[in-house]
Design a protein around this ligand. Structure first.
Ligand code: ATP
Ligand code: MG
Length: 344
């Protein structure tokens, strides 16, 4: 069966949005609208896999919706909503909890990283997280998922869940007239530079909402121009000049990170950036990067501030988005009920 090309992606309101979320996800959401029907979600149910203060959760949910809109996601022709408004996400996730295997979840590096030595004390939700993520995507039979590099493994798991569901229920899928393949195999869309933005203080650590280490390590989307400039100028680097070719960035994690950020912010390739800056030191490159970052992030933050100042507009967008998402989700769940053998 041919699936309609559809994009799904989401961000958790688990902390303040940062440059990694912007370059790895939000900014990439925008051009996909030309080619696909897009569903962009604020995944609040994923956020509570670790403790969230309710007031912060609400504020951050608005903030992420505002970030989508400010970046250029069109809520009229596409869908923006928050996950918990569409109960079918939890419902399909339960079915997937019964399809996925414990061993699959136990192999997830994100779980191992986030649980650390504390794995007996983290929530059950944190362990089952990839199963809910598979439900988010497959509820809409989405075919393409723009994410940062760190989500690649979860997406492979979503593909495994889809394949196992299709296989285990094959006779029932056919008997109900739902074709041969019920769920598509969703493809990750991980392209371009800066698919994994690293901490400004440690080129081996991913920039993250939940574990920033030090404030100087992370550029937040709501940082003002002075703060962005200060963080970039203080970013850890080596003492060498920039190379003229990408190969010269091997084993220079911090340099590679800054060049990748420059490339992504200017919609150019790493090669093009090095062709311009090769041979120059960070004394020249950092101010150029700071200026570029401020020119891109400044207007984005200003528009986000305008939107969150009057949440009425965002509330309406989320409500309408949820209504449209629910319609699609309910259709899939009806079919899943038939396939699994739930009476409706
Ligand atoms: P948390 O620390 O709570 O997991 P996070 O910063 O990793 O937060 P998520 O909500 O887990 O953010 O991820 C949202 C999107 O941002 C995903 O597509 C993810 O791949 C992307 N993303 C997160 N961090 C980075 C990063 N450092 N570089 C590129 N993309 C990133
Ligand atoms: Mg994450």
């Amino acid at each position: 069966m041919a699936f309609t090309n559809r994009v799904f992606s989401g961000i958790k309101p688990s902390g303040d949005l940062h440059l990694g979320n912007y370059l790895g996800a939000i900014r990439r959401f925008v051009p996909l609208q030309q080619q696909y029907e897009c569903i962009y979600c604020v995944v609040d149910m994923h956020a509570i896999t670790v403790w969230q203060d309710p007031a912060d959760l609400r504020r951050r949910t608005y903030e992420i919706a505002a970030a989508y809109i400010a970046a250029g996601v069109d809520p009229k022709n596409h869908i923006i909503f928050n996950q918990s408004q569409v109960a079918e996400h939890a419902e399909l996730a339960w079915v997937f909890n019964c399809v996925a295997r414990m061993g699959w979840m136990a192999r997830m590096t994100q779980f191992k990283d986030k649980a650390g030595k504390n794995s007996e004390n983290v929530s059950l939700g944190l362990f089952a997280y990839p199963s809910l993520m598979a439900a988010d995507i497959l509820l809409y039979k989405a075919t393409h998922v723009p994410v940062g590099e760190d989500q690649k493994q979860h997406l492979e798991l979503a593909r495994d869940i889809a394949a196992k569901f299709n296989h285990d229920f094959a006779p029932s899928i056919a008997a109900n007239g739902y074709g041969e393949e019920f769920f598509p195999q969703p493809e990750p869309v991980i392209t371009g530079p800066a698919t994994r933005v690293m901490s400004l203080r440690d080129g081996t650590k991913k920039m993250s909402k939940s574990e920033s280490g030090s404030d100087m390590a992370t550029i937040y989307l709501m940082d003002d121009a002075d703060t962005i400039t200060r963080k970039i100028k203080k970013a850890k680097t080596d003492a060498d000049a920039l190379p003229s070719e990408a190969k010269g960035l091997e084993n220079r994690a911090e340099a590679a990170n800054l060049v990748g950020i420059y490339a992504a912010l200017s919609d150019r390739s790493v090669e093009a950036v090095l062709a311009e800056f090769g041979g120059q030191g960070f004394g020249t490159f950092k101010p150029a990067l700071a200026e570029l970052a401020v020119s891109v992030l400044g207007p984005q933050a200003a528009e986000m501030r305008r939107l969150v100042a009057d949440p009425g507009e965002i509330e309406a967008i989320l409500r309408q988005g949820a209504d449209r998402a629910r319609e699609l989700a309910a259709r899939t769940m009806t079919e899943v009920h038939d396939i699994v053998g739930f009476i409706r």
